[in-house]
Design a protein. Structure first.
Length: 254
């Protein structure tokens, strides 16, 4: 267990969790890639890399800065959990952490990393994911769950800090669940689904504050597209309101 450390200024990566059998490790209440108060980013390498089939590790309550705040990558990298972290913004979530090349992705999941959990069943378990470029970016990563996070906003979910993209799902990120998040104030799209199948986007506030009562708009709320030779099919945006509504929907799609 890593608790209460400041881990920053390293030249390759600040924390690397790697290889099969590396499981059950916990990082809690650390400043990773920042100074000891979480207000300034130190260096421009990844904060935490979880890779090469490391599984079942937990990051909770950390303040994280870096080129990628947390990077989950590789087949077998599964069952890892990120909850209650502030990634990409200062401790009070009033400004982005910027240094040198700046912050690229709060969370990046790629190259076969699957079935990881970013957030949890309540807002208290969610992460604040607000950075220079993308809150969470997935490519070739299946079955991951993004639940109850603030993506693009301050800690109250009432205003943005200048993030460019909210949630980007690229080729092969199939079966992703984007649930109950506030995805707002992103300069471009809130949710982007490109060449992916069986995505569920449900229960989110996209372009509003955390209460759903005031506009905190993205450039575009949701984008779904296919590039030549690929398809975006079977994605579901929303949920079922009533039995009557379900019958009407079935009649339209049959």
């Amino acid at each position: 267990m890593l608790v209460g450390n400041t881990i920053a200024g390293n030249t390759n990566v600040n924390v690397r969790i790697t290889d099969p059998g590396t499981t059950g490790n916990v990082l809690v209440y650390n400043f990773i890639g920042t100074n000891a108060t979480g207000d300034t980013q130190l260096g421009d390498v990844d904060g935490v890399d979880i890779q090469n089939a490391a599984s079942g590790n937990v990051l909770s309550g950390n303040n994280i800065g870096g080129a990628n705040g947390v990077h989950l990558t590789g087949a077998g990298t599964t069952g890892n959990v990120l909850q209650g972290n502030t990634i990409g913004a200062n401790t009070s979530a009033t400004a982005l952490l910027l240094n040198g090349g700046g912050f690229d992705n709060c969370v990046r999941i790629d190259s076969g990393a699957a079935n990881n959990l970013i957030g949890g069943s309540t807002r208290a378990l969610g992460n604040l994911l607000t950075c220079r470029d993308t809150g969470i970016w997935l490519t070739s990563a299946t079955g991951n769950v993004i639940d109850n996070n603030l993506i693009g906003t301050n800690s109250a979910g009432t205003a943005g800090l200048g993030e460019a993209h909210g949630s980007d799902l690229d080729t092969g990120s199939n079966g992703t669940q984007i649930l109950n998040n506030v995805i707002s104030a992103n300069l471009n799209q809130g949710v982007y689904i490109g060449d992916c199948t069986s995505t569920t986007v449900a229960g989110n506030f996209i372009g509003t504050d955390a209460s759903g009562s005031s506009a905190v708009g993205n450039g575009t709320g949701v984008v779904i597209l296919s590039t030549p030779g690929n398809n975006s099919t079977g994605n579901v945006i929303g949920g079922t309101r009533s039995e009557e509504h379900t019958s009407e929907l079935q009649s339209l799609t049959n």
